[in-house]
Design a protein around this ligand. Structure first.
Ligand SMILES: [Zn+2]
Length: 258
């Protein structure tokens, strides 16, 4: 199993640090919004930074990229359809990031919705999905449509149950409070909420999640289920014929949920 650890940045971002299976002193980071916390961890653990993976262009994901790339001479990989802060190897759906000397190989998935060019990296049983899927939730629709985001979540949902989900924010508690409001009868959500509360009380991380678990607790992966459709229709006060309408209603509901 891939050795991955979180580096905290800003108030609730996680920069994921991946250890290279073939080179114990080499590391890859995903979405370094800040350089400082990454440098501190590299120094602490005696690691050298070899590559940087970027999921999308938002500043809290790329703010540290140029500085880290320059100071460590690290290769940068990022979405072909977005503006990046420095020169990068541009990736689109179906491409691979192959770092053979490190023993790493990731498939690139284009997942539009949060931003139009958003990509994710899938490999070694892990998905680095940026701001597309969160534990118990999904990213806001800043650029894409509900249809696009639902299509992106459907592609994630087609991955194996055991896939470990490395998302970029600690949003789990708020997401599960919302999930419990949408599906008050979902015992898996209530269990996950209890476990998450316990972790967050001692400031512990709630990630990674597992896709099989997300399928049971994440309302945005459950838009095709009658229980979700009924809840969304009751909230909307009208019939929602398509899964994308259910998704759009649940997303709107979450946007206004406090
Ligand atoms: Zn974002």
């Amino acid at each position: 199993m891939l050795e991955v650890s979180p580096v905290r940045a800003f108030s609730d971002n996680y920069i994921w640090l991946i250890r290279a299976p073939e080179q114990p002193d080499a590391a890859v980071v995903v979405d370094p919004g800040q350089a400082g916390p990454v440098n501190a961890v590299l120094e602490q653990r005696g690691l050298r930074l070899v590559a940087i993976l970027v999921t999308h262009y938002h500043p809290d994901h790329v703010g540290g990229v140029a500085e880290l790339a320059a100071s460590h001479d690290a290769a940068v990989f990022g979405p072909a359809r977005e503006r990046l802060p420095c020169e990068a190897q541009l990736l689109d759906d179906g491409d691979h990031v192959r770092l053979a000397e490190l023993g790493l190989d990731f498939l690139v998935m284009a997942l539009p919705g949060h931003t139009l060019g958003h990509i994710a990296y899938y490999g070694h049983g892990a998905l680095f999905c940026g701001d597309t899927l969160f534990s118990g939730g999904c990213g806001r629709l800043f650029e894409g449509t509900a249809e696009q985001m639902l299509g992106s979540l459907d592609r994630i949902a087609a991955l194996p149950d055991q896939t470990r989900i490395y998302c970029a924010h600690e949003y789990t508690l708020g997401n599960l409070l919302f999930a419990a409001a949408v599906e008050p009868g979902n015992a898996d959500v209530i269990d996950a909420l209890d476990a998450t509360r316990e972790l967050r009380e001692r400031d512990a991380i709630t990630l990674p999640s597992e896709l099989g678990r997300e399928r049971r607790i994440n309302p945005f992966l459950r838009c095709r289920l009658p229980s979700l459709r009924d809840a969304a229709q009751a909230h909307a006060g009208r019939t929602l014929a398509q899964p994308s309408e259910v998704f759009a209603e649940v997303r709107r509901w979450k946007d206004g949920f406090r």
